[in-house]
Design a protein around this ligand. Structure first.
Ligand code: SF4
Length: 244
């Protein structure tokens, strides 16, 4: 069984090889704990590698504030993609690509009118599609490969991912796929990387505010995601849908 040190070395090698192989490569960062490990590993072996992030109008204010703080602290120069009417005020301190809001507005207005509900509660797949998958497609459209921080032990939907995946015309590298939740916290502590403050409130997996709940120790990390919907513990789509 690989030790923690073996895992770090393997992840670094995988990222270094990928950065050498693909001219147009970037790291996707959600500003959760796993993303922070991945970005830190990537910047250690490939200091110039680009970082992008997909934010939504439903992300917790604390995540947006953390993004701004960490972006500055580690000089990440993150390019943030968001579907919104206007750039959220806090994100005016970072580089933002504001994407059209009309499609989401039309769909969510329709759901509100017909069902008196928000899209995330009745059709989260469509909500994630418009707010997360479409912006990710935009973020990777000029890339040959991207790097993500997903891990097998996060939940049942992540058990069968591969370290290197080719879906459509883009390669995705998952360098910390075999890391455990404990490995992630050890790495953050050893490297003195501040964590998103929401973890101190008991969250173990962070997404949009309406779709993330605090979970118990005996549940899977992603059990707090999309509770009460058919998507419970599932995937937003950026790791499962074709991006280009
Ligand atoms: S996580 Fe929830 S609020 Fe965020 S895009 Fe998906 S369904 Fe919508």
């Amino acid at each position: 069984m690989a030790t923690f040190i073996d895992k770090i070395e393997h992840s670094k090698e995988l990222i270094a090889e990928s950065a050498k192989k693909y001219e147009r490569i970037a790291v996707g960062c959600s500003f959760g704990k796993d993303s922070m490990v991945t970005v830190h590993l990537a910047r250690t072996v490939a200091p110039e590698i680009s970082v992008f992030s997909i934010m939504t109008i439903y992300k917790p204010q604390k995540t947006l504030e953390y993004l701004v703080e960490i972006n500055k602290k580690f000089d990440l120069n993150t390019l943030v993609y968001v579907v919104a009417k206007e750039t959220p005020e806090i994100l005016e301190q970072v580089n933002v690509v504001l994407l059209p809001y009309e499609d989401f507005e039309k769909e969510s207005d329709y759901v509100r009118k017909e069902l008196n509900k928000e899209m995330y509660s009745v059709c989260p797949d469509e909500c994630c599609g418009l707010l997360k998958v479409v912006p990710t497609q935009e973020a990777v459209k000029n890339l040959d490969a991207w790097i993500a921080g997903l891990r097998k032990t996060e939940g049942f939907t992540r058990e069968n991912f591969q370290e290197i995946e080719i879906i459509g015309n883009i390669t995705k590298i998952n360098p910390i796929l075999e890391w455990t939740e404990l490995d992630v916290w050890r790495y953050l502590a050893i490297n003195q990387i501040p964590a998103n403050p929401l973890y101190a409130e008991g969250y173990r997996s962070l997404g949009c505010a309406p779709c993330s709940k605090v979970t118990d120790e005996d549940e899977s990390e992603r059990a707090g995601r999309w509770q009460g919907t058919a998507k419970h513990g599932g995937e937003c789509g950026i790791h499962t849908k074709r991006l280009k």
